[in-house]
Ligand binder design. Sequence first.
Ligand code: MIC
Ligand code: SF4
Length: 677
Amino acid sequence: MALTLTEKILQKHIVKEACSDTTFIEGTPIERGKDIAIRIDQTLTQDATGTMAYLQFETIGIPRVKTDLSVSYIDHNTLQTDYRNMDDHQYLESIAKKYGLYFSRPGNGICHQVHLEKFGIPGKTLLGSDSHTPTGGGIGMIAIGAGGLDVAVAMGGGAFHLAMPKVIGVKLTGKLRCGVSAKDIILAVLEKETVKGGVGAVYEYFGDGVQYLTVPQRATITNMGAELGATCSIFPSDKATKDFLTAMNRSESWTEIKADAGAEYDKIVEINLDTLVSKIACPHSPDAVKNIADVAGKKVSQVVIGSCTNSSLDDLAAVANIVKGKHIAEGVEAGIAPGSRSTLLMAEKAGILGELIRAGFRILESACGPCIGQGFAPNSKAVTLRTFNRNFKGRSGTADAEVYLVSPEAAAAAAITGTITDPQTICDNRMYTLKSDNSRISMLANDYVPALASDNAMILRPTTIEEGSKVEIIRGPNIKPCPSCPPCEDTLRIPVLIKAGDNVSTDDIMPAGAKMLPLRSNIPEIAKYTLERIDPHFYENAFAIKKAGKQGCAVIGRENYGQGSSREHAALAPMYLGVRALIVRSFARIHKANLVNYGILPIQFAKPEDYDKINCGDEIEIKNIFDSLTTGKNFTIIIHPKTGASYTIEGINNLDLRTRNVLKAGGLAAYTRSGGQ
Ligand code: MIC
Ligand code: SF4
């Protein structure tokens, strides 16, 4: 039977013993929506989610990670305004040495960019405690973002559980024109599919147009599959993949993988690259996409190039081409953060870095930086153009800034003109044509590249078990144990403290940025900022209920609740404050899994209009919870309004058996301790 690439890789990784249904037959499509468990070959963590992940991993009590390869990256918390960030770095380094992980030192680059360059292998599975882990799909991996606890379980050899996703085919035809780039492809997909179009789906790219895209370009596209809400996105592994791996001195990692001829997709989205134009995502959502020509002329005060989406050598070269011989326009501040140390070295060697400095770019560290609100915040009411993947309100560090997401070419064009400019109008100027592929610059076929690309001096290799056994874990005073979840109860009667709208992001639930990131290892402290963007009094109200020894509280949301980051702090902190149930119209995938891991009931309204009836301050009573979790029956919820008569609504119980058992056990840690798989 003809299989999609996604099915082929997932089938090879099914762990039958861990699935509730063990009837999979190799070569036959797995029923969509069916709960599956897969073996994880590689894991990655970054420092902002890593400390919690490793605190959990330590409790598993094994001497060494059980994956083929696990990497701990330092790339998020590099501002270091006091001891706390570096304390975290030291904790993570000592953990890596004790348990046999690779350790990518601060300065080595952004996890996704480095993983692509140094570790990604076509056909393998990768689980990462960061929502942009699907970047690895650019090299033909099934690469999935998850909460730290799920990654800890995978490092301990446990399977990763997910519902078999739908496979949406994206057919690319033709070739990108000058000035149009990979970023425009994914923005075009977002324009069609929206930020919730990908929930429960994998986007698989195919078609004649694929061959002309380099791996870094493909990775830009798979990276932003996270913004579609997708489980992951994937490209086949072909000649371009081989060229990339060869340039990285890793040709032995290459294998060809592709979908079978005649593979059937659940749906097909078509993008014709011959006619695609430059796009822009407008404030404050990655799917608020327009043709850049429609907003051209708007004055810009800031431009930032970088992030795991667009910080490869390809991207830097594209920028250098456009700014060559010119300067950053007066009134604009421009910054650029190369994605990795290798990229920086290669850009230096090719003369690209010098060109950027000459043009007036401020060179930022190879790290997440401004993408997560760590420095380079825009001015008040700024119009800032960024090559990043998210433009949620306030994420830049400036609440009233207007953040637009664009390609490196469009960012460069705005940097020199001072206004939003369609790069197609100025794209004939190419100096750094490392290899001409008609549309874009490629890092391939450059004899200086492999030597620099294989410089691994800033990656510590795994220790032996014997070496590891002698390592003492370094724990700074800000690293506090992960709080445990309350036991599951049969009846909950709890007040609604927040009623939120659509697309609440994890940035809204638990903000990031320079002030918050040092608190990532300290839940009682970080909990003080929970949901503050929606209700500044949430912490004190929830904490008062907790202190009074009551059962806790509930939060109501609409569509796509919890979109964005994988940070489990957005579930852990609410759990710590006593949130026991979330009732919404729909959830984002990773956040829903994190809620379950921390014992919070994720319930969906059976009738969407019931959302309109509930108000803040009403009490909800959820009855017979054990029965619902045992049998899979829907939840019965009695609403006791502040005024007026009580009424009953139904909550959908679409949780698979294992998820229900995790909730019954009071969260994943308790479930795992009790022997659950
Ligand atoms: C993000 O882009 O929001 C982050 C910061 O990388 C997060 C992880 C985190 O919150 O630490 C993500 O995408 O998962
Ligand atoms: Fe870092 Fe931004 Fe990428 Fe998140 S999206 S991993 S903060 S660069």
